[in-house]
Design a protein around this ligand. Structure first.
Ligand code: DGL
Length: 278
């Protein structure tokens, strides 16, 4: 793979639409940068896929973004951050190009959690893949070993959102059921991490079924602030990020379908383009 060394957009990768909730907040913090958003919608959701498959698909997409010139790629997907990030950073990047960077969204979330919880009991909601990977408890334990994390997977939530059913009455049944299942594991939880990029879309319903004293954490702003800080600390990477305030949206599925559904996540119209990864 021959990679260009010229400044290029920041790559934002997600299995599909969910990363748009992260991208939106990154752009708020860093409006002057260029971005290429790549959604692997043709193969989404990743949430229930095996480690090997999530790793393989994520690596293919990261390589594609590198080929397009990106020096920095954000895995704006918890499942990909949980299952693929470490292997890509440790095994693949040194061979592809040790000067390029891939960052995830679990670490920035883990970094702030210890300052938010008072009871030191934290709940995590996410996809089956994210919960089974144990990535959040492991990452948080490195920084705040005194915290106790209880997790619960919500496999129905992403399909409800992607099918536009999340605001229907039927969705409430699953949202309440999963929150109850999380809280039943530990009465002392005072903080819940929404460890899936889709969940900010149902935050009002999540709040409805969660006791008022519990703080609900969604990741977008945390990731945006963390990336801004990272670029200030790493001028060698920042200098390779182009800054013309331009964003390109790419999807492995139909461009029209992506453009229509993206409006749900971004509250604005976009024009996506189709891309083949392989
Ligand atoms: N973006 C994924 C996440 O944050 C959810 C969607 C999927 O399962 O692909 O885990």
């Amino acid at each position: 793979m021959t990679l260009s060394n010229s400044p290029a957009p920041i790559g934002i990768f997600d299995s599909g639409y969910g990363g748009l909730t992260i991208f939106e907040k990154i752009k708020e913090q860093l409006p002057q940068y260029d971005y290429i958003y790549l959604g692997d919608n043709a193969r989404a959701p990743y949430g229930s896929r095996s480690f090997e498959v999530v790793y393989e698909y994520t690596l293919q997409c990261v390589k594609k973004l590198f080929e397009m010139g990106c020096h920095l790629v954000i895995l704006a997907c918890n499942t990909a951050s949980a299952k693929a990030l470490r292997t890509i950073q440790q095994n693949d990047l040194p061979n592809i190009d040790p000067h390029r960077r891939v960052l995830g969204i679990i670490r920035p979330t883990a970094e702030i959690i210890g300052e938010i919880t008072k009871t030191k009991q934290v709940g995590l909601l996410g996809t089956t893949g994210t919960v089974q990977s144990n990535s959040y408890p492991m990452e948080i334990a490195k920084l705040f070993p005194e915290l106790k994390i209880v997790s619960h997977a919500c496999p129905m939530w992403v399909p409800l959102i992607e099918n536009g059913e999340h605001l229907s009455e039927g969705a409430d049944f699953f949202i309440k059921k999963d929150i109850d299942a999380l809280l039943a594991q530990n009465q002392g939880i005072d903080t819940i991490i929404l460890g899936c990029t889709h969940y900010p879309l149902i935050i009002n319903k999540i709040k409805r079924y969660t006791p008022k004293h519990i703080t609900i954490i969604s990741q977008g702003e945390i990731v945006g602030r963390s990336l801004k800080n990272y670029l200030q600390r790493h001028p060698e990477i920042d200098g390779k990020c182009s800054k013309n305030a331009h964003t390109e949206f790419l999807t492995t599925e139909s461009a029209d379908k992506f453009s229509a559904s993206a409006a749900l996540f971004l509250n604005k119209k976009i024009n996506a383009k189709h891309i083949n990864i392989l």
